[in-house]
Design a protein around this ligand. Structure first.
Ligand SMILES: [Zn+2]
Length: 279
């Protein structure tokens, strides 16, 4: 047991099937999504998350379904996406090269972000990922192809997983219905826009999108467009866009920060622009 002082169970997130072989459990914290890809025997875990009792519950549910964990993948180097549980076993845990490097370099801060009461064994397992540019087939269950869409923006080396055979886009912390674009640490709006562009083709073809936080949707393209529109509105200095995510005060604060970034960058851009000469 990884959480000996577990509270009375509070309905830990249950895995539910989005489409055959693709299971999702949603955390009580920030609606964080764990994705499990399975052929009924083997399983690849994407961002298993995130409270200790939820990780215990995930391990139990995998055991009840008699699934063997053949691999794990972390979409980016933030504490809520790098987790693992001893009962998942010692299958390869993978991430993009930049994510793997950050998980190592920023290990102390990432562990602190889990909070003082997080069990030591789970803290120790956090972030132990190996770098890959492509998904090794021995970590992918039968019936799946996993394409890694590696980009920057939300985090350096952030990675979405595109499953062309299931038409499922596992978007990491992009394309959320509860979070606005978060192009921070490092602040880089241009990288975020490029990140969205990197997802555009898959989003257009996706039957389902599974965001890192929020609800699973059948309309990935609409989510992507909503993010592009919000970034454009920030750039234009729109104070109060109609985006429903901004009813959350935290998201309003983030939007204000994006506006500040936009105006800083356009001021810097104007200062750097060479004088135009009429020809
Ligand atoms: Zn996250």
């Amino acid at each position: 047991m990884s959480s000996p002082n577990a509270q009375p169970p509070k309905a830990p997130a249950q895995l539910r099937e989005v489409t055959p072989g693709v299971l999702v459990a949603t955390s009580t914290i920030m609606a964080t999504n764990t994705t499990v890809l399975t052929d009924g025997h083997d399983a690849l875990l994407v961002d298993p998350s995130w409270t200790p009792d939820e990780l215990d519950s995930l391990a139990r549910q995998l055991r009840e379904r008699r699934l063997r964990v053949m691999g794990g993948f972390a979409t980016h180097a933030h504490h809520d996406h790098l987790l693992w549980h001893p009962d998942f076993g010692d299958a390869p845990r993978l991430a993009s090269p930049r994510t793997a490097a950050l998980a190592r370099e920023e290990r102390d801060g990432l562990q602190q972000a889990l909070g003082p009461s997080f069990p030591a064994d789970l803290k120790d397992l956090m972030g132990r990922v190996e770098p890959v540019e492509r998904m090794p087939t021995e970590c992918v269950p039968d019936g799946f192809t996993v394409e890694l869409l590696i980009h920057d923006g939300h985090a350096p080396g952030h990675t979405a997983l595109w499953l062309p055979r299931q038409a499922v886009l596992i978007a990491g912390d992009m394309l959320s219905d509860v979070e606005v674009p978060l192009p921070f640490w490092p602040d880089d709006l241009a990288a975020y826009r490029r990140g969205l562009a990197c997802l555009e083709q898959a989003a257009g073809a996706a039957g389902y999108v599974i965001p890192g936080h929020g609800s699973v949707s059948t309309d990935a393209a609409h989510r992507l467009l909503a993010d592009q529109i919000l970034l454009r509105e920030a750039e234009q200095g729109v104070a109060d866009p109609g985006d429903p995510r901004l009813t959350d005060p935290t998201m309003r604060d983030y939007y204000a920060r994006i506006r500040e970034m936009s105006s800083r960058q356009s001021a810097a851009g104007l200062a750097n622009d060479p004088p135009t000469t009429a020809t």
